[in-house]
Design a protein around this ligand. Structure first.
Ligand code: HEC
Length: 203
């Protein structure tokens, strides 16, 4: 950090004399070097970007932050429906119907039911805190596989039915819905009285 050494370095090199500007600030002179290309590139890029930004967002063409939030929330809804519809990537109804016709899947659904749903809907689906799942009466939807899948996935949080989409794997969700569907018309003893609208009997 010796000053004398730095001063020596400040000498104008022989090839640079023509770059020397003619002003002089207390002995400090300036060389008129061409700006590096990378620097100029970034400089112009920021100007172009700001022009685009102002044009896009301030003219009302681009989304406002509130609209961006709404778009993101709508995307979450789409993803939730997809996750509930199955990991197997198939059409939701076909996947549910296939599970409904597969005794192995129904058995698995019964296990899930016994672990997660029995306390509120009864061991035979006859209803306890939650409604009877075996009759023709449904509060939410018409009791089709798809309707039941939606209620089970999203829940009815204000009425005490938890949303299961995040708590069950897609397979567990499909199988338990298929199992619930298989309880239809079983007419278990001690069934809770009808709640909701009567739907024409399925299967
Ligand atoms: C904490 C108690 C509770 C648990 C656990 C629970 N439910 Fe429910 N469930 C309810 C209540 C309460 C309702 C009625 C909501 C209403 O009145 O809108 C309901 C409604 C439903 C409905 C719609 C019934 C209709 O008539 O529309 C279905 C289907 C259902 N539950 C299936 C399930 C399944 C499958 C599980 C297990 C994965 C489960 N529930 C676990 C409390 C529960």
């Amino acid at each position: 950090m010796s000053d004398s050494k730095d001063e020596q370095k400040m000498e104008v090199l022989s090839g640079e004399e023509k770059l020397l500007l003619d002003h002089d600030y207390d002995g400090i002179k300036e060389l008129d070097h061409v700006l590096p290309r990378w620097w100029l590139g970034i400089f112009w890029a920021t100007i172009i970007f700001s022009a685009w930004y102002v044009g896009y967002y301030m003219s009302g063409y681009g989304p406002t932050p509130k609209q961006e939030l709404e778009i993101a929330l709508a995307q979450i809804e789409v993803n939730k429906t997809k996750a509930a519809s199955s990991s197997q990537g198939g059409n939701e109804e076909a996947v549910l119907l296939a599970a409904f016709k597969n005794p192995e899947k129904l058995k698995h659904g019964n296990e899930v039911y016994a672990g997660k749903c029995l306390a509120c809907h009864g061991d035979k689906g006859q209803g306890v805190v939650g409604p009877n799942l075996t009759d023709d009466f449904w509060i939410h939807g018409k009791g089709t596989l798809k309707d039941v899948a939606k209620v089970v996935a999203d829940g009815i949080p204000d009425k005490g039915m938890p949303p299961w989409a995040q708590l069950l794997t897609p397979d567990e969700l499909i199988d338990v819905v298929a199992f619930v569907h298989s309880l239809h018309g079983t007419n278990p003893p001690g069934a809770k009285s009808a709640q909701g609208e009567k739907q024409e009997s399925k299967d």
